[in-house]
Every structure is written in structure tokens, then in C-alpha cells.
Write a protein that binds this ligand. Sequence first.
Ligand code: ATP
Length: 254
Amino acid sequence: MGFLKVEGLTKVYDNGVVALDNVSFTVERGEFLGVIGLSGSGKSTLLRCVNRLVEPSSGRVILDGIDVTALDVPSLRAERRRIGMVFQHFNLVKRKSVLVNVLTGSLARQGTIASVLGSFSAEDRAKAMQCLEIVGLADRARVRASELSGGQQQRVAIARSLMQGPDLLLADEPVASLDPATSHSVMDHLERANKELGQTILCNLHFLSLVRRYTTRVIALKGGELAFEGRPEEIDEDWFKRIYGEQAREVGIE
Ligand SMILES: Nc1ncnc2c1ncn2[C@@H]1O[C@H](COP(=O)(O)OP(=O)(O)OP(=O)(O)O)[C@@H](O)[C@H]1O
């Protein structure tokens, strides 16, 4: 049991900041796990340790029985093909077209180096167009990524992740810079990836209303330590204050 097992994960940055302190939790296949906590509580560090964009100082990350923390570089690269990532700042190649950005999701899958459109197969191009249709951006395929709005860019990032077809998707504050309507549209796409494609999702979120609406389970970090683990509806006022502090007030996104 346990598709993703995080065991005693600790990250101490070079400057001495303890960003994660002995964090352990398990995620089952198909869960949509929300990760919450104050700014600086370690949420991004946690997501980045799962695919070793940040190297953990100690502890283990076990994905589907494979100890990710013990892999050498080539094996890690192969394993990362199963792990998608959607970042807060979109992480697109801005001067490339929307379609090419989505196609790079297939590079993660195939491990090939192809930087020009011509080197992608017709099959891949058709699939990339399908992924763009899912996020409602097929008509923008030829436009440069830099010409899209923030919300559209985030949807391109999701299309790229659909193209990759990961087993595990790490979404690091995917709606942090988006308006409420666009936030819901992006979250709806993540929900479909979860429910219809069976992707297991770990998603950092600032708004509890989104956590309640979209996630199946939640963990909270406080000062790098695990402060809560449970269902979204269990986060009552008491828990809210324990996670965010006595002075905190909930602000929503409708
Ligand atoms: N590269 C780094 N070098 C040194 N310290 C870092 C680095 N990255 C993050 N930190 C520190 O580690 C702690 C956790 O940061 P992290 O970005 O994981 O928090 P977060 O919960 O994702 O915050 P936010 O919600 O603001 O994005 C913070 O104190 C931060 O200053």
C-alpha cells in the first residue's frame, strides 16, 4: 500500500534554513492531495524534493515501490518521465509556439531531444492538438507562448502535462497568480486529469476554499513540520488557527 511514501523527509538549505523537518506521509494512487501552510512553511520544497529538483538532506521518497532518493542520475531521469510538474510561473519556453510547448511533454515521455516542430511525429502533433482542445486553446496553437495571458499559459502547462501523461503530477501553486474564474478553470482541468486519467496529484494551494472544493485529502506544513493530515472538511476553525496562526482569517476564492 502507498503509491507515494515520504519517509522522514528533511531539507536543510546551505544557508542553514530547515525547510522540511522529518516529514512523513503516504499518498494512495488516484488521490488529489492538497498541501497547505503559511508562506515559507516548506510546501514548494516538499514538492521539489519528491522529484529531486531539490535534493533532500535526509529521508526517503518512494514512488510505486522505487526509492527515488536512491536513484543515480540516468535512472532518476527515467523516473521523472512518470512525474509531471505544473509550476506557479508556468515555465514555458516563451518564444516557442503553444504547440511546441505542449509537444515538449512528449519529450519527457520519449526521452528524445527534438527542438524543432518538424522532428515531432504527426501522431504526436495530433495528440498535442487534442491536449490543447481539452484546455480550450486549440485555436492558439501557432501563437507564441509569450503572447498568452497568465491563465492561458497555465492551461498550456497543463496541456503539456496531459501530453506527458504522468502517473504523478506535482502542481506548485498552479493558480497563485490567476483570477478566481481562471483559477477554477485550471483546477477543473487538474480535477479531470485526476478523475478521468487517474493521475495522482499533489497540489500546493493558498486558498482553503479551493482545497475544500478539489482535494480528497490534505496535509499542512508549519515551519517545515507536518501539522495536519486529514480530509479537507476536518479543517475547522481550530485547525485553521493551528495551521495558520491565531491571527489568521480565512479569505476565500469563490
Ligand atoms: N534555495 C533556497 N535556499 C535557501 N533557503 C530557501 C531556498 N528555497 C527556500 N528556502 C527557504 O526555505 C523555507 C521554505 O520555503 P518554501 O519555498 O518551500 O516555502 P513555501 O511554503 O512553498 O512558501 P510560499 O507559499 O511562499 O511559496 C523558507 O524559509 C525559504 O526562505
